[in-house]
Design a protein around this ligand. Structure first.
Ligand SMILES: [Zn+2]
Length: 169
């Protein structure tokens, strides 16, 4: 007879850390701040996720990846719930995640409270985004949309290379 092994919450979190963001292969969904909570008091286990922005096409893929991972670990009694109570913000990303993003060649988002857009009247597109390759400030926005809608496309005059910037939400 199979004995039901209790799974700890920490174990579930560690499994979720194995789920990679399909758009940014160096980051997992926990570092991204997409997984908000794991609720174990009920059956099934509830995994709460918040989309990085509404309509992000990667979210379906992320949800599927979480399902796949849990089943792979032998957990079948669970559900993934999308939580829209709070809007995802780039502030939920860990500092390590931002560093990895930079190493991957994507300019990480700045903290949203530093924007002060209402004071300066500057739009996001006019902000100076340092180049992730050479830290040059001589960068120019080329397109509001990069390879995905969550990123914008920049060009660096310092190292003459294009790069993507993860938009601040
Ligand atoms: Zn550069």
């Amino acid at each position: 007879m199979a004995v039901k092994q209790p799974i700890s919450k920490a174990t579930i979190w560690s499994w979720l850390e194995e789920v990679i963001d399909p758009e940014i292969p160096v980051l997992n969904v926990v570092e991204m701040g997409i997984v908000r909570d794991v609720v174990m008091d009920e059956d099934p286990i509830v995994i709460k996720i918040t989309p990085t922005y509404s309509g992000c096409p990667a979210m379906n893929a992320i949800e599927m990846e979480i399902h796949k991972k849990m089943r792979e670990k032998g957990v079948h009694s669970f559900k993934v719930v999308t939580d829209f109570k709070e809007s995802w913000t780039t502030d939920w990303m860990t500092e390590e995640a931002k560093q990895k993003l930079k190493e991957y060649g994507i300019a990480p988002p700045e903290k949203t409270e530093e924007e002060g857009d209402f004071l300066t009247g500057l739009k996001n597109s006019q902000k100076i985004v340092p180049c992730p390759h050479c830290d040059s400030l001589e960068t120019k926005l080329q397109s509001e949309f990069g390879s995905t809608a969550c990123k914008s496309q920049y060009y660096c005059h310092g190292c003459e290379q294009p790069f993507e910037h993860f938009k601040c939400i």
